[in-house]
Design a protein around this ligand. Sequence first.
Ligand code: 16G
Ligand code: ZN
Length: 531
Amino acid sequence: MAQFEEVSKQSILHPKPAGLALQYGTAGFRSNSIHLDHIMFRMGLLAVLRSKKTKSTIGIMVTASHNPEEDNGVKLVDPMGEMLAATWESYATMLANAEQEELISALNEIIEKEGIDKSQEASVFVGKDTRSSSASLSQAVLDGVHALGGHSKDYGLVTTPQLHYMVCCKNTQGKYGDATVEGYYKKLCQAFTQLVGNASNCTDDQKHLCVDGANGIGALKLREMISHLNKGLQVTIFNDGSKGKLNHQCGADFVKVQQKTPTGIQVNPGDRCCSFDGDADRIVYYFADSQQVFHLLDGDKIATLISTFLKELLIQAGLNLKIAVVQTAYANGSSTDYLENTMNVTVRCTKTGVKHLHHAALEFDVGVYFEANGHGTVLFSKAAEDKIQQLAQDSRIDDERKRAALMLQSTINVINQTVGDALSDMLLIEAILAIKGMTVEQWDRIYTDLPNRQLKVKVSDRRVIDTTDAERRAVSPAGLQEAIDNLVKTYRKARSFVRPSGTEDVVRVYAEADTQESADALAHEVSLAVY
Ligand code: 16G
Ligand code: ZN
């Protein structure tokens, strides 16, 4: 590639601090933004190679999601809008950590290993969140793309799921929708409007939702989206970025971990509220009851609501499609029990991290996946979509089946199947509640969460902990699992596991039991066993 000259020249403007080593983790690179300029430039280079290899458009999102404002990060999006393939994660790490003078040989190594045709055109879509560092960092990405001769399209400020959506639209030649932000709103909002057309007698009160935008991109994009909603939903946006700091005491991660209302939002008893995270790929719901007690409806409650709705529609439509819910070890035991034993839905458990859940959900006709932290979506197989499509157009079926088929069709269109999406999930949840005439309190009462506690433990080397069975059991160090088993036995309805974090230098401990005191005590005892 003649462009290597340009790469050498440009890379001097994006120098790597000698000795700095970062790793492409579960959600790409993440660190304090001051360390990331060279990483961004190099990820621009890598995206060009990935684009040449796949002969498709690749996405790059500059964001650090729920991390503090000072941090930033970057992740690559593969052709169908999914996470970067695992083999390329190691190339990303290799390229990021190559010292300045090794950069060209690192590029050559990838080109050779992957048999990349250098003459292939390359196209990269770039997006960024609202962090103050994102503008210059996304420029560094673009510099990388151009240095290696790639074409770019800069979407500017978008949510992470919007960028995933654009990449998928582009690579499916528009079959998934228009690769524009406007096209995204139109597709989702039209489907939402069709869905809520099935809700009878919805009052303005029932249509009202309070949204905590985490002072981030989600608030901006929600405001844009509302104008397409035709009053089907009345939204009040809090933490819209005009005053507060990104993710500071607000947002989905804060609400889930702290199990309390974010600051900057007024919650009156009975108000239905939700929080997005800093790049709007997660959502959790909550409300305060008449005693001002806080109730959280997390990813597990969301998965239950959505899968129940879909299962009922599949039955009404007379469609024999296999539906399953994919969770992680963090899923509350009550949710798993309810899904398996009351709903008779297949439940799968995978390792933490969106790519694992997404992969498992692909095995079913309808795969609903959610992490307890609120990241999730629904995947429909091609066969399932075709069957639903055919039925919706069949003029011989009765009205009830027809209505169910049409609702399934709108559900497919309101969902962003590429990745968990707070805006899209919010529309689906709001539509389901409206159609069922269900209040947030009624939704909460579907099952009662087991009290639980999460702790993090600092250890000298978290890699000594190795797990199996979707992170539910520790295989090393020797004796740890036995110790956990013995502790769990002393509590009722108890469960506990430990796992090394994929994003922080800590070991995470989870415990649940019949009372909050027991869950707290068990988590504490297990954390002592980890030392
Ligand atoms: C990342 C993952 C998220 C997971 C979290 C766990 C993606 C896009 N994000 O943020 O799904 O819940 O890591 O973090 O995969 P931990 O390993 O530190 O507990
Ligand atoms: Zn996020």
